[in-house]
Design a protein around this ligand. Structure first.
Ligand SMILES: [Mg+2]
Length: 401
């Protein structure tokens, strides 16, 4: 085996120790044995304030996960929360501690080319912690893609598309600024639809803001809204009727995550697309959403489901129940965004595209080539695994000391 070639993420060619030997011979376990797992917290500045219903921030922190094999391959993954623990309780500090103390020791010495078995082992020993597990699974799959010299989407059946139309989040609460921001993103060709974060303001003011935006964008770009569970059902009924009238095409998670009955009533009666996000975290949740018809669109996120394989399973269950899916985001850097894009590329249908815009909102990236956005879409990276490479100088600059 050519160690130099492997360290660059490529299996070596040729008769002796070539790719055939790597895949079919005795070598997979030998070459893909996990030597170590390293984690780092990286603090990346956002371009502007991101205001969620209950939290605002200028900073996005990620956990970089690097899995090294005995033969010098490095699988890269990212665990990330939406700018803090408000969404699921997960924080980057807790994710790093859980990986270092509990998850990584279970994987050292194991064969990286068995992600399903390895993730089952982690699930058996450590309950929940889907974000930490998702970061590890991403690194395993990146490493597997590099060893096999195939892009990650091949491991999910190959690609259906090369790009994903993306929606840009408007989330400062200042509507004049939000209209300017939308105009700029449209003009730059970075995003062709917009998602307004709601419920941080009083409802009357918030609805006036949404209507003003809808008018400003009318006929040129679609507007969707996300109150992040911020409304009671009665408020949601009134608000959704007004929003639909104003031309808003989709409302995401209007009510509390546990309230699937209200979600089902809103889905049945509101006459607009209702997307579930916080209310569907797992394959089991997805079965329940399908049984109760508790949404007409389902947001996939690699972190909440504990990895790409679970997210793909959720998509398949939802689709089988007649519910299409959407590619959500937790504001990943270019690492997690590449993973999102490989998954999105493999999915049969994404009627409203997605919102995987993290690298555009994050002012600095730690990848040599940041994610590619043009023509209002995110484009699939090339190369084995995720198709990304870490810029070590930038990593040193933003790594938490
Ligand atoms: Mg959401």
């Amino acid at each position: 085996m050519d160690k130099a070639a492997v360290s660059q993420g490529r299996a070596s060619e040729g008769a002796a120790g070539g790719r055939d030997a790597l895949v079919f011979g005795r070598t997979p376990i030998e070459t893909a044995r996990i030597r170590s797992i390293e984690t780092r917290i990286v603090d990346l500045p956002l371009r502007r304030l991101q205001q969620f219903a209950r939290f605002g921030t200028h900073l996005q922190s990620i956990v970089l996960v690097e899995i090294l094999t005995e033969d010098g391959v490095t699988g890269i993954g990212e665990a990330v929360t939406p700018c803090g623990p408000w969404w699921s309780g997960d924080s980057v500090e807790a994710i790093k501690a859980t990986i270092d103390r509990y998850l990584a020791p279970l994987l050292v010495g194991e064969n990286l080319l068995a992600p399903t078995r390895l993730m089952a082992k982690l699930d058996q020993k450590v309950r929940n912690n889907s974000f930490a597990k998702a970061g590890i699974e991403m690194a395993l799959l990146d490493g597997a893609g590099k060893i096999l010299d195939v892009p990650l989407h091949i491991l999910f059946g190959g690609k259906m598309r090369d790009s994903l139309p993306v929606a840009w989040p408007l989330a400062t609460g200042d509507v004049a600024q939000e209209i300017d921001e939308a105009e700029e993103m449209l003009a730059l060709g970075r995003a062709g639809a917009f998602k307004l974060k709601m419920a941080a303001l009083p409802i009357a003011e918030d609805l006036a803001r949404a209507k003003r935006l809808a008018r400003a964008l009318e006929g040129r770009a679609k507007l969707r809204v996300d109150p992040n569970e911020g409304w009671e059902e009665a408020t949601a009924v009134r608000a959704i009727a007004e929003l639909r009238e104003a031309g808003v095409e989709m409302v995401e998670q209007p009510v509390a995550r546990w309230n699937l009955d209200a979600m089902a009533r809103l889905t049945r009666s509101s006459g607009t697309t209702i997307m579930i996000d916080e209310g569907v975290l797992s394959v089991h949740d997805t079965v329940e959403v399908v049984k109760r018809a508790a949404a007409s669109l389902l947001s996939l996120k690699i972190m909440k489901s504990g990895g790409l394989r679970n997210a793909r399973a959720m998509a398949d269950i939802a689709n089988a129940g007649g519910i299409p899916v959407y590619m959500g985001t937790f504001l990943e850097s270019s690492i997690g965004t590449a993973a999102n894009m490989h998954l999105a590329a493999s999915l049969p249908a994404l009627p409203l595209g997605g919102e995987t815009i993290g690298p555009m909102l994050i002012g600095e990236d730690i990848c040599v080539a940041p994610a590619d956005y043009h023509d209002h879409a995110l484009w699939l990276p090339e190369g084995p695994g995720l198709g990304i490479e870490i810029d070590r100088e930038k990593l040193a600059r933003f790594q938490r000391k």
